[in-house]
Design a protein around this ligand. Structure first.
Ligand SMILES: Cc1cc2nc3c(=O)[nH]c(=O)nc-3n(C[C@H](O)[C@H](O)[C@H](O)COP(=O)(O)OP(=O)(O)OC[C@H]3O[C@@H](n4cnc5c(N)ncnc54)[C@H](O)[C@@H]3O)c2cc1C
Length: 419
C-alpha cells in the first residue's frame, strides 16, 4: 500500500450492519471499501439466534425489571450474569439502562425500534434475490412459549406495547401449540404467536453471501484494523490503519461494540456496552422446530438451523476482553431439554458473541457530533441482524447528503448529552 491510499466510501467493520451499509452505498453507484481485520460476519453477526424480528418494539429495559435482577444474577440458569469485578465500570451503564425503562420513555423507544425492524424481510429478500441463497430466509412466527398459562397474558405491558402498534399476535393453548410445534413438551400450556416474522437458518451465511454479492459487483474488502479517524479539510476523512493510511469521502462506522474506542480520542464518550451472549448448538438434535421459539421462563431463543438446533441468548456483563465463560452456554441445555423432551443433547458446539448495546435499546445511526464525515451505524444490541438492512439504507442516504424520509432523531448520539 502506498503511504496514503485514497478510497471512495469506507465502511469500518464487516459485521452484518457494515455489510448491509456497504451494499446500500454500492446500490447508490458509489465505490465502497469494507474494512475489517477479520473475515466478514464472524463476530456477533455469526452466532445469533437468527430471528428476523419484524415486529420487535419492546425495549430491553422495562418498568419494574430491576426487581428481577437480583434473583436472575444468582441463578446459574438465569438470563443475566455479571462479573462482579466489572461492576464499577458497568454501574453508569446500568443506571442509564434502568432510567431508560421508565414508563414515559417506552412509547418513543418502541416506535423507533419498530421503524428500523419492520422493513427487514423485504430488504433482505431484495438483497438476496439472484444470489441463489434466497432460502436462507424463511417465513416464520415468533412463538413465545409459556409453561404457566397465566403468564401468557396479552394485557401485560410487554404485549400491550405490541398490540397498540398493530403487531399481529394470537394467544393459543397447549394443544394448538403442539399442532404448530409437535416436539415441544406438553408442559408448555400456552403460547403467544407473533405472526408475519422471518428467521434465518444460518445468520453467518447471510453475511458471507451478501459480502460475495458486494465483491462481485466491484466492492473492495480490505483486511485491516482501523486505529483512528481524523476529519480532513474539504470533508474527507483520514483512517489510520495497521496496514497504512487511507482517506475516504465518507466513513460509516459499524465496528459493533468496538466502535466506541474509535470515538474516544475525539473526546466522545458513548455508553456502549458489550452485552455478551452465548449459543449452544445441538448438532444432532433429533427434533425440529418450524418457527423461532422464545423460551419465556429462561429468556432465550431456539431455532432449527442448518447446523442443528441453536439455543441463543442470555446477557453477561464482563467487558469486551474477558474470556468467555462457556458454562453460560451449557446452562441452556437444561431448559432446552425441558422444552424439547426428545432433544438429543450429546453433540454440542458453544459460542460467545458480543452485542453492542446502548442503555436505551436503540442504536446510534447518523452524523457524529464533532466528527464530520463519519456516520454512526452501531449499537444495535439484541436486534442487529434484524435492523441491519434499514440501517444500511439510512446511512447510505446520509453519506450522499440526503435527508432521510423517516425521523432518525431517536438514534442520534446527542441523546446521551455528553457528546
Ligand atoms: C446470543 C445472541 C443472539 C442474538 N440474536 C439475535 C436475533 O435473533 N436477531 C437479531 O436481530 N439480532 C440478534 N443478536 C444481535 C446481533 O447479532 C447483533 O446486534 C449484530 O450482529 C451486530 O452486528 P454489527 O455488524 O454491529 O457487529 P459485529 O457483528 O460485532 O461486527 C463488528 C465488526 O467490526 C469489526 N471491527 C472491530 N473493530 C474494528 C476496527 N478497529 N477496524 C475495523 N473493523 C473492526 C469486527 O472484527 C467485526 O467483524 C444476537 C446477538 C447475540 C450475541
Amino acid at each position: 500500500m502506498s503511504e496514503t491510499t485514497s478510497l471512495g466510501y469506507a465502511v469500518v467493520g464487516a459485521g452484518i450492519v457494515g455489510i448491509c451499509s456497504a451494499l446500500s452505498l454500492q446500490e447508490r453507484g458509489l465505490a465502497v471499501t469494507l474494512i475489517d481485520p477479520n473475515p466478514p460476519a464472524e463476530a456477533a453477526s455469526y452466532g445469533n439466534a437468527g430471528v428476523l424480528s419484524t415486529w420487535s418494539c419492546v425495549p430491553q429495559s422495562m418498568p419494574g425489571l430491576w426487581k428481577n435482577v437480583p434473583q436472575w444474577l444468582f441463578d446459574p440458569e438465569g438470563p443475566v450474569a455479571l462479573r462482579w469485578a466489572y461492576l464499577p465500570k458497568f454501574l453508569p451503564w446500568m443506571t442509564q439502562f434502568f432510567a431508560a425503562g421508565k414508563a414515559e420513555r417506552i412509547p418513543a423507544i418502541a416506535d423507533a425500534m419498530l421503524q428500523l425492524n419492520r422493513p427487514t424481510l423485504d430488504l433482505y429478500r431484495r438483497f438476496l434475490a439472484g444470489t441463489g441463497h434466497e432460502d436462507l430466509i424463511r417465513d416464520s412466527m415468533y412463538v413465545f412459549a409459556y409453561r404457566d398459562p397465566d403468564k401468557a397474558n396479552l394485557d401485560n405491558l410487554e404485549w400491550r406495547i405490541r398490540t397498540d402498534r398493530g403487531v399481529p399476535v394470537e394467544k393459543i393453548d397447549g394443544n394448538a401449540l403442539h399442532d404448530i410445534e409437535p416436539d415441544i413438551s406438553a408442559d408448555y400450556k400456552a403460547a403467544i404467536l407473533v405472526k408475519d416474522q422471518g428467521r434465518t437458518i444460518d445468520p453467518g451465511a447471510i453475511g458471507k453471501v451478501l459480502t460475495e454479492k458486494f465483491l462481485s459487483a466491484g466492492g473492495a474488502l480490505l483486511q485491516a484494523r482501523v486505529q483512528s479517524l481524523k476529519p480532513l479539510d474539504g470533508g474527507r476523512v483520514e483512517l489510520q490503519t495497521d496496514t497504512g493510511i487511507l482517506t475516504a469521502e465518507r466513513v460509516i462506522l459499524s465496528a459493533g461494540p468496538w466502535s466506541a474506542a474509535l470515538l474516544k480520542s475525539h473526546g466522545l464518550k458513548v455508553p456502549l456496552e458489550s452485552e455478551r451472549g452465548y449459543h449452544l448448538i445441538f448438532s444432532d438434535p433429533g427434533v425440529t422446530l418450524n418457527n423461532s421459539i422464545m423460551v419465556t421462563d429462561s429468556k432465550f431463543a431456539v431455532s432449527s438451523m442448518r447446523m442443528g438446533l441453536r439455543c441463543a441468548g442470555t446477557a453477561e456483563f464482563a467487558g469486551l476482553d474477558y474470556p468467555p465463560d462457556y458454562r453460560r452456554a451449557h446452562a441452556l441445555a437444561g431448559p432446552a431439554k425441558r422444552l424439547l423432551p426428545k432433544l438429543n443433547t450429546e453433540t454440542r458446539e458453544v459460542w460467545m458473541g458480543q452485542r453492542p448495546s446502548f442503555p436505551d435499546t436503540l442504536p446510534a445511526i447518523g452524523n457524529i457530533p464533532g466528527l464530520p464525515g463519519v456516520i454512526a451505524a452501531f449499537g444495535h444490541g439484541h436486534l442487529g441482524l434484524t435492523a441491519a438492512p434499514m440501517t444500511g439504507k439510512i446511512v447510505a442516504g446520509l453519506a450522499i447528503g440526503e435527508t432521510p424520509n423517516i425521523d432518525i432523531k431517536a438514534y442520534s448520539l446527542e441523546r446521551f448529552g455528553n457528546t
